[in-house]
Design a protein around this ligand. Structure first.
Ligand SMILES: [Fe+2]
Ligand SMILES: [Fe+2]
Length: 227
């Protein structure tokens, strides 16, 4: 996956004009292209406008926020009849993998401001991904299957604890300009994260998709996207 995206900064515009400009720019994107949006307004109305105007055309996820501003990566997907949990969260896995790779490459070249900014986007994105899984996805799976105790979501929640620990090591390494520490923690992280993501993409996400149909599935995916 490429992370290459133009940046549209709407902070100088009133909220409604900012939304109009974002919709106009998104309308020109081709499948595979992306736009990074910066706004100083709470982004939910903007994201809802994107979903209303282009219901199935875009995936989006937050980048690291700053005081008084929000940033979103918006990716033009191939139009499909319906968006699934598997589509959206597997796309987010790929996006996060690409952010980590880009951060490590910049760190290896001692391009520390770039490496830190990418590590921040990766860290923010991975914590948010874990949060929407634990607060939205896993409860939906547990309710649909009746598997509350000892099921796969318990294993996933335990693995999230290890993932957060290694993520924190990568972030510390980036802050301290210590490539070796980043690399050590990256190796440990991938030792957990690669099989974790594989289990989610091959078992948990497809099972959740199978247990939800039509409006219920659409509503669940939208909650994940806006979460
Ligand atoms: Fe997970
Ligand atoms: Fe995941």
């Amino acid at each position: 996956m490429t992370l290459t995206a133009e940046v549209l900064d709407t902070r100088s515009l009133p909220a409604e004009q900012g939304v109009a400009q974002v919709l106009q720019r998104l309308g020109r994107l081709k499948p595979g292209q992306a736009l990074d949006i910066v706004t100083c307004h709470e982004p939910t109305p903007l994201l809802q406008a994107v979903l209303a105007e282009f219901p199935l055309a875009f995936d989006f996820s937050p980048l690291r926020p700053a005081p008084g501003q929000w940033r979103y990566h918006v990716y033009r997907r191939d139009s499909r009849p319906q968006r699934s949990v598997t589509d959206y969260l597997a796309w987010d896995h790929d996006r996060l993998d690409a952010l980590l790779d880009a951060s490590m490459t910049a760190a290896q070249r001692a391009q520390w401001p770039v490496a830190r900014a990418l590590a921040d986007d990766f860290g923010h994105g991975l914590l948010r991904h874990i949060q929407i899984e634990e607060e939205i996805l896993f409860p939906a799976y547990e309710q649909a299957t009746g598997m509350h105790q000892g099921g796969p979501t318990l294993v996933m929640r335990h693995e999230h604890v290890d993932i957060k620990q290694y993520l924190s090591g990568i972030m510390d390494g980036a802050r301290q300009g210590d490539y070796d520490a980043m690399e050590r923690n990256r190796a440990d992280l991938l030792g957990v994260l690669v099989p974790h993501n594989m289990k989610e993409e091959s078992i948990l996400y497809p099972a959740t998709d199978r247990f939800h149909h039509d409006a219920a599935l659409e509503s669940l995916v939208l909650r994940l996207m806006l979460g």
